[in-house]
Design a protein around this ligand. Structure first.
Ligand SMILES: [Zn+2]
Length: 131
C-alpha cells in the first residue's frame, strides 16, 4: 500500500516537472518536455499515464479508425493499465480484460485469468481483440 502511494506521488511529481509542449500523449491527452526513458529507450514512457510507444500507437490506431465505441464487445489480452482504464470506463460490462497470471505481477481489478492459446469463448463473442 505504501509502495503504491509512493508511486502515485512520484508519477504526479514527474508529470508536473516535465510539463511542456514538446511531446504529447494521445492516451491521457497531456503534454511534456519529454517522455521518460524506459528499459534504455529514450522518450518512451508517458510520465502521467505510464503508456509506452506501442500503447500510444495501438490507441491511435483504434481511435483513428473508430474501432471501439459504446456497445463494442472487446477482449483485451495483457491490458496496459492506461488502456484498461479507458476501455473499462467506455465499455463497462462489454470489456473483457484477460491475462495469464504470473507470480510477482499485479493486474487491474476486472482482469480474468486467461490463456490466449486456449480461450473458451464461443465464436463471434467479441467485436474486437487487442492483444
Ligand atoms: Zn499519458
Amino acid at each position: 500500500m505504501l509502495n503504491q502511494y509512493r508511486k502515485k506521488i512520484k508519477k504526479k511529481l514527474l508529470a508536473r516537472l516535465l510539463h511542456g509542449n514538446t511531446v504529447s500523449c494521445n492516451v491521457c491527452n497531456k503534454s511534456f518536455t519529454n517522455f521518460l526513458t524506459y528499459l534504455g529507450r529514450i522518450n518512451a514512457q508517458c510520465p502521467n499515464c505510464g503508456s509506452l510507444e506501442r500503447t500510444r500507437l495501438i490507441y491511435r490506431f483504434i481511435t483513428d479508425l473508430k474501432l471501439v465505441k459504446p456497445g463494442t464487445k472487446l477482449l483485451h489480452i495483457a491490458p496496459d493499465a492506461c488502456l484498461y482504464h479507458k476501455f473499462d470506463k467506455e465499455l463497462g460490462d462489454n470489456y473483457y480484460p484477460g491475462d495469464k497470471f504470473e507470480e510477482g505481477y499485479s493486474y487491474p481489478k476486472k482482469t480474468r485469468p486467461m490463456d490466449v492459446t486456449a480461450l473458451d469463448f464461443p465464436d463471434e463473442t467479441f467485436d474486437g481483440v487487442v492483444c
